[in-house]
Design a protein around this ligand. Structure first.
Ligand code: AMP
Length: 442
């Protein structure tokens, strides 16, 4: 947190009041840097992960503008447009606007796919001060003439890297074409991949650049480790870890990432079968089912959530103290997003990654991105020395094909149990230092 207090920021009194209600006194670093830039009306290119307070960084100046210059919304018109990659994130952004803007008079709404268009069309008809939208559905509604973006004052791209990963680039470009040239544009991204820089060049005008964490930097407070393990033994290790956590740390939540929807569903079922309170969220679940699951997770009615990357995007749940990468992500960026789900708002957290021999290439990509080696935890019953040796060697390894190779939950019958060794987290981890004795990073 910075030295600045919110009182020193020239935001409208109604916003200060809402912040005081929330108990926020000090702007987070991204807020301290971005808010003055945005109040000046300058475009912004911000490299910041979720958990840094980036939502308020853009929501507060937008709400300030609405409070200071109230305007009647016009039919189908939108004054401030926020694009988000997923419905979950759209919901959280809209909720943040509602919380920070509780004393500001404004109309806001959301559009996202997977639900009926009708209520969204009706809501758009009266015009909105703030629209939070997922690109695909917004474009559909634009094509049908239900939304007029010709008077947008602020255009915000939230989690732009994820939108590009999800293939929204063409939709974003089409949407942007409908916006006035004279506008205020903000782009937030967890990483600054070349595609993001290119997008920023096309859409932003002389932006101020802010980097809250250098590219790929993982949340500082996350204690990371990697367990080398055969794919088939992963379920055994995760079960043991979850049982142990339940014994030792009640009330703390665990988030497990699998690569496929099927893997998420399957693993949650297996955890349930062992008497653990787990559920899953993935793309095959309806929006209302996902929201229901997230709500029980937030309330602590379930301790373990198994999720795919897309479904987990934007989850903002405070009590997550452990993230398990049951499968390493195909794209290294996702690793940073995943582990950012723990250690939020100043808390500390752990991230444990399972790496099978087939995933060594993925681990190398992660380490390259975060510019550090992830400490190895070999003190568990299933340690796979061969996978570790492969990782430490300079031998070239192939990246598994998307959706193939390491099928999560691949061990339908359960894998071999190696006896004897110490278990992770019991009596201290056998973590091998992060220095790799001259291993050349791939
Ligand atoms: P975000 O990165 O926008 O997802 O925010 C991460 C979390 O930090 C959310 O739960 C916010 O409610 C919280 N938060 C945002 N700004 C502040 C602040 N200045 N002080 C304390 N908590 C904050």
């Amino acid at each position: 947190m910075s030295e600045l207090s919110f009182e020193q920021l020239p935001l409208s009194a109604s916003i200060h009041r809402a912040l005081a209600d929330k108990g926020y006194t000090t702007p987070s670093p991204i807020q301290a840097k971005a808010i003055p830039v945005l109040l000046r009306g300058q475009d912004l290119l911000a490299c910041a992960q979720t958990g840094t307070g980036k939502t308020a960084a853009f929501a507060l100046p937008v709400l300030h503008g609405i409070a200071e210059r109230p305007r009647r919304t016009f039919r189908r018109g939108v004054r401030h447009l926020v694009l988000t990659p997923t419905r979950e994130l759209a919901g959280q952004v809209a909720e943040s606007f509602a919380v920070y803007g509780k004393y500001v008079q404004f109309r806001s709404g959301m559009v996202y796919g997977g639900v009926s268009e009708k209520p969204q069309i009706k809501m758009l008809f009266q015009g909105l001060d703030v629209l939070v939208a997922c690109p695909g559905r917004l474009l559909d509604l634009m094509d049908q003439g239900h939304v007029d973006l010709s008077q947008v004052e602020t255009f915000i791209l939230d989690e732009a890297d994820r939108m590009l990963d999800m293939g929204f680039i063409r939709d974003i470009r089409k949407i942007e074409k409908q916006l006035p040239k004279q506008r205020h544009t903000l782009l937030f991204s967890a990483t600054m991949a070349p595609a993001i820089t290119e997008l920023a060049q096309a859409m932003l005008h002389q932006p101020e650049e802010i980097r809250i964490a250098p590219q790929g930097t993982t949340a500082e407070k996350v204690d990371q480790s990697v367990c080398f393990i055969d794919q088939k033994a992963k379920q055994h290790l995760v079960m043991e870890m979850m049982h142990r956590r339940l014994d030792q740390r009640s009330g703390e939540l665990s988030l497990i990432f699998t690569r496929t929807k099927h893997g998420a569903k399957n693993l949650a079922r297996k955890l349930n079968a062992q008497g653990l309170r787990a559920d899953s969220i993935h793309g095959n679940k309806s929006q209302s089912a996902r929201e229901k699951t997230l709500e029980s997770y937030r309330r602590g009615e379930i301790d373990i959530l198994v999720a795919t990357d897309v479904a987990a995007r934007g989850i903002d749940v405070k009590n997550i103290t452990l993230v398990v990468n049951f499968d390493l992500p195909m794209e290294a960026d996702a690793y940073v997003h995943r582990i950012g789900r723990t250690a939020r708002a100043g808390a500390s957290g752990h991230a444990v990654s399972f790496c099978s021999g087939d995933e060594v290439a993925l681990l190398r990509q992660v380490e390259k991105l975060i510019s550090q080696s992830v400490p190895v935890d070999s003190g568990h019953d299933y340690h796979d020395q061969a996978a570790m040796d492969l990782h430490l060697s300079n031998r070239p390894v192939k990246k598994p094909p998307q959706g193939g190779g390491n099928r999560p939950g691949g061990n339908r019958q359960g894998g071999p149990r190696r006896g004897g060794g110490r278990r992770p987290g019991r009596g201290g981890r056998n973590v091998q230092g992060s220095s790799r004795g001259g291993r050349r990073r791939s």
